[in-house]
Design a protein around this ligand. Structure first.
Ligand SMILES: *Cc1c(COP(=O)(O)O)cnc(C)c1O
Length: 381
């Protein structure tokens, strides 16, 4: 069976993890800092804070942005639920901005419309769906005009570029979040990271990652009682990544460009091999170079009568498990209970009717990809 994504772990990765297991520190040791520095350097950003996963990364990013009760967070309906849930963790209201019909990222026109109409989010979370960056320069300009914090959910987009920057540079945002779940571009098993160029945000992120405890005398409310002393100055969490995970992440960074190059090659092969089928292949805007976390196609319902359920079932019989990224978040029962309903975000709902995800990952061979294409050709004919 061919699945939509999987990790690539080699002997060097295993050795890196083994070294940590034989060392003095399993957590809070030197591997974390090394991994953070490596990712920061790669992305061209000042600060990086490694955490347990991208969900906790989004949570502390919202906390650092001081999102709280009475505030509002906006994100795209076509994302993993965590991009919206982070707002709810902070007690904030969540609202959505419909997607662009071509890139499937948050539509900046819709964002602007909603702002002009009087909407005042405290935080906006653009999601780089599939690994293709949103139009960050425009979003960032709007954030300056309307005073909101921009947190890029770049869970799909490590290794991608936007204009003259790497995604993660935070040139056009306040913070950027990555995920290192095994299906993502690199993995630490579970893991995430927040990047920023802002020292004040960085210090808050570090505080929230580790309980809200500080050992920095300059941040304390009174003089230290002695060498053992620390103070709890905020209500934080334990979102620390282990050194075991960080060592794996550091080792995986060595192959990041190789991973992304192969994903791009596979995407280009799909583009060519699928061109004549009754589906819409993904379009790339000129400013971006995607990392291709996922390859999403849309069924052209005017050219085929096959339903998506039929396609999923018939592909499975042929050894290929398809997937769907994502069910619009506003249609989830939890968000419906908050007042959202079918029809609220028509472009996202149309996308949901038509989209499905084909397998793409570093170790997928040309032969396996040909098998996927052959199966899809049979199913759609
Ligand atoms: C995977 C993913 C997340 C959550 O990542 P975890 O590391 O599993 O918490 C958040 N947002 C998007 C867009 C994702 O794809």
């Amino acid at each position: 069976m061919i699945y939509y994504g999987r990790q690539s772990v080699n002997e060097q990765d295993i050795k890196a993890v083994e070294e940590v297991l034989r060392s003095d520190f399993l957590t809070q040791g030197p591997a974390i800092e090394r991994f953070e520095q490596r990712v920061a350097e790669y992305c061209g950003v000042k600060y990086a804070v490694a955490v347990t996963n991208a969900t906790s990364a989004l949570h502390i990013a919202c906390k650092a942005a001081e999102l709280s009760r009475g505030d509002t967070l906006w994100t795209s309906p076509i994302t993993f639920v965590a991009s919206a849930n982070c707002g709810r963790y902070c007690g904030a209201k969540v609202d959505f901005v419909d997607i662009d019909d071509v890139t499937y990222d948050m539509s900046v026109d819709e964002l602007e419309k909603k702002l002009v109409a009087g909407g005042r989010p405290k935080v906006v979370v653009p999601v780089h769906l599939c690994g293709q960056s949103c139009d960050m320069e425009r979003i960032y300009a709007l954030s300056k005009k309307y005073s909101f914090t921009v947190i890029e959910d770049a869970s799909h987009a490590l290794g991608a570029t936007y204009k003259d920057t790497r995604v993660g540079s935070c040139k056009y945002s306040d913070m950027t979040v990555f995920s290192f779940h095994p299906v993502k571009i690199i993995t630490t098993g579970e893991g995430g990271m927040v990047l920023t160029n802002n020292q004040e945000l960085y210090e808050k992120l570090v505080l929230y990652r580790s309980h809200g405890i500080t050992r920095d005398a300059s941040k304390m409310t009174k003089e230290s009682d002695g060498p053992w002393y620390y103070q709890l100055i905020e209500l934080g969490y334990n979102y620390r990544m282990t050194d075991i995970q960080a060592a794996l992440g550091y080792s995986q960074m060595e192959r990041l460009d190789t991973f992304v190059a192969r994903r791009r090659q596979l995407a280009q092969r799909y583009d060519e091999l699928l061109a004549d089928l009754p589906i819409r292949i993904p379009k790339q805007s000129a400013d971006t170079n995607s990392s291709w976390h996922i390859y999403v196609v849309r069924l052209d319902k005017t050219r085929t009568s096959k339903s998506k359920v039929e396609i999923f079932e018939e592909m499975k019989k042929r050894g290929v498990t398809l997937n769907l990224h994502y069910i619009p978040v506003h249609l989830q029962p939890y968000y419906q209970a908050l007042g959202f309903k079918q029809g609220d975000f028509p472009a996202s709902e149309r996308y949901y009717e038509e989209a499905f995800t084909l397998p793409i990952y570093y170790e997928l061979t040309d032969e396996q990809q040909d098998q996927v294409v052959k199966a899809l050709r049979e199913v759609l004919s």
